[in-house]
Ligand binder design. Structure first.
Ligand code: THU
Length: 133
């Protein structure tokens, strides 16, 4: 599956976001090693810190289903003026399960998106060679 198709899967679910506090909907789609798509949305709470981002919802759902090998993740956030990248917590949590070359696509529409990797988004992860400098 192409990354843009994975972004379209994230778009399909973003309206299920529970985001009454921020009004910022996010959908995520995780492509598993065996080409299944596991989705997630952000789930907010009146105690803001308890909010779960769409990416972690997707990841935790996959793990709950016994799936722990992944090919890529997409994040679709239509309420942003620009593509929204994963938050620091989600980058850190993802790093438990995927390598630095793991592709991450994020967009605010299917025409406006960024393609990156977890290693780019999480400095020093996968950059162990810098220790030699
Ligand atoms: N959010 C996500 O679900 N994923 C991201 O990558 C960025 C932020 C959610 C958290 C909160 O519910 C809302 O977006 C506003 O920050």
């Amino acid at each position: 599956m192409e990354l843009i198709e994975l972004l379209a899967e994230a778009e399909k679910v973003c309206n299920r976001a529970y985001a009454p506090y921020s009004n910022f909907r996010v959908g995520s789609a995780l492509l598993t090693k065996d080409d299944r798509v596991i989705t997630g949305v952000n789930v907010e709470n009146r105690s803001f810190g308890l909010t779960n981002c769409a990416e972690r919802t997707a990841l935790f759902t996959a793990l709950t289903q016994g799936i722990d090998e992944f090919k890529a993740i997409a994040i679709y956030a239509p309420d942003g003026d620009e593509p929204t990248s994963p938050c620091g917590a989600c980058r850190q949590v993802l790093s438990e399960f995927v390598k630095p070359d793991f592709p991450v696509i994020f967009g605010n529409s299917l025409e406006n998106y960024v393609i990156s990797t977890l290693g780019e988004l999480l400095p020093y992860y996968g950059l162990e060679h810098l220790k030699d400098r």
